[in-house]
Ligand binder design. Structure first.
Ligand SMILES: C[S@@+](CC[C@H](N)C(=O)[O-])C[C@H]1O[C@@H](n2cnc3c(N)ncnc32)[C@H](O)[C@@H]1O
Length: 325
């Protein structure tokens, strides 16, 4: 059945579809479920009683762990409130690695601290066997003067020319804010968030499964990085948007022969181990102390321009679809 689902967005309820997936067969499972915050999805309701929501979450989290390989990773994205319950379920079944704080401000709630991060729980199915690669992101610089934003004091000469290792606080990836980059979906994740997760946890050809695919972000990231994917999604409208976007994407997110993550015209994530080869594509100052004011630039002066699809065709297709149902 796995081959039947490979590189497909399968319409249906994830709990039913999980039954078709064998134990220990998937390299990475990533879930971004409905947050039970009364979001306006096209079809599904997002307002269960708390205990019903938690029971439902426990059922699919258990399935995620079951299908993940012993070398694999399990990642769950949600607001901190629900993640505190998820840890109780996951700690009994898998091995805690990180709570990644993804810095992404949301609306003020009133009478509370301003919520300013989403969490991504990162678990290994089996502690020591986990496949994991350290990743780097570009140094943050002043847009006008290009100086490093962080003061490294006397340690400048020891800086990595590309940028720091990614920590468990992600501040460099923003939510999809502009309508021209958004699908008709209330909570689409940014593609390069998923690309970072995939570069960190998988190799080319590995399988990534997302039980709540929405309009296909995880599948798209996997395809662009030469990985296989399986997506489940209850809402056929979202399935069709995802499928349409997938036909327009190629597995070509590379610099030379190495997989990297691009956003617009910048590389936003590389694997640490790939720098030895990737550095040949950059002009790097001889004196590394200058790295604080001289950004490294691609040697050919050209940068690939990756434009997320506005996909008006898809939207038009759905105005027809919606009129016909
Ligand atoms: C938070 S959104 C995921 C968004 C996705 N990460 C993206 O970037 O497009 C959750 C999705 O889960 C879907 N969903 C809700 N219940 C489901 C179920 N039982 N099985 C499969 N999908 C479901 C909803 O239709 C919605 O698209």
């Amino acid at each position: 059945m796995l081959n039947h689902y490979l590189n497909q967005i399968v319409p249906g309820d994830c709990l039913t579809l999980f039954k078709q997936i064998s134990d220990n067969s998937i390299d990475v499972t990533f879930a971004d479920p409905p947050f039970n915050l009364k979001k306006k999805y096209h079809r599904t309701k997002d307002s269960l009683e708390v205990q019903d929501y938690l029971n439902w979450c426990e059922a699919w989290i258990t399935e995620m762990v079951r299908v993940t390989k012993p070398t694999g990773s399990i990642l769950l994205h949600n607001i901190p409130k629900w993640l505190t319950y998820y840890t109780a379920v996951l700690n009994q079944r898998a091995h805690f690695k990180h709570w990644i704080a993804w810095d992404a401000p949301s609306s003020p709630m009133g009478k509370t601290l301003q919520p300013s991060h989403y969490g991504i729980l990162f678990y290994a199915k089996e502690g020591k066997q986990q496949k994991f690669y350290e990743v780097r992101y570009p140094h943050k610089r002043c847009r006008k003067c290009h100086y490093l934003q962080k003061d490294y004091g006397g340690k400048k000469a020891g800086l990595h020319p590309f940028g720091p290792l990614v920590s468990d606080v992600w501040t460099d990836i923003h939510r999809v804010k502009h309508n021209k980059y958004r699908d008709e979906h209330p909570c689409q994740l940014p593609l390069h968030l998923l690309e970072r997760v995939i570069l960190m946890t998988t190799d080319e050809g590995d399988i990534v499964l997302d039980p709540f695919t929405g309009t296909g972000t995880t599948a798209l990231a996997a395809k662009r990085l030469g990985r296989n994917f399986i997506g489940f999604e209850l809402d056929e409208q979202y399935v069709q948007i995802a499928e349409k976007k997938l036909t327009q994407e190629e597995p070509n997110s590379k610099l030379g022969n190495l997989w990297v993550s691009w956003f617009l015209n910048e590389i936003v994530t590389i694997r640490d181990q790939d720098w030895e080869v990737l550095q040949q594509y950059y002009l790097i100052p001889d004196d590394l102390k200058k790295i604080d004011r001289v950004p490294i630039v691609p040697k050919d002066g050209k940068r690939k321009v990756y434009t997320p699809r506005t996909d008006m065709e898809t939207k038009d297709m759905f105005s027809v679809f919606c009129q016909s149902v």
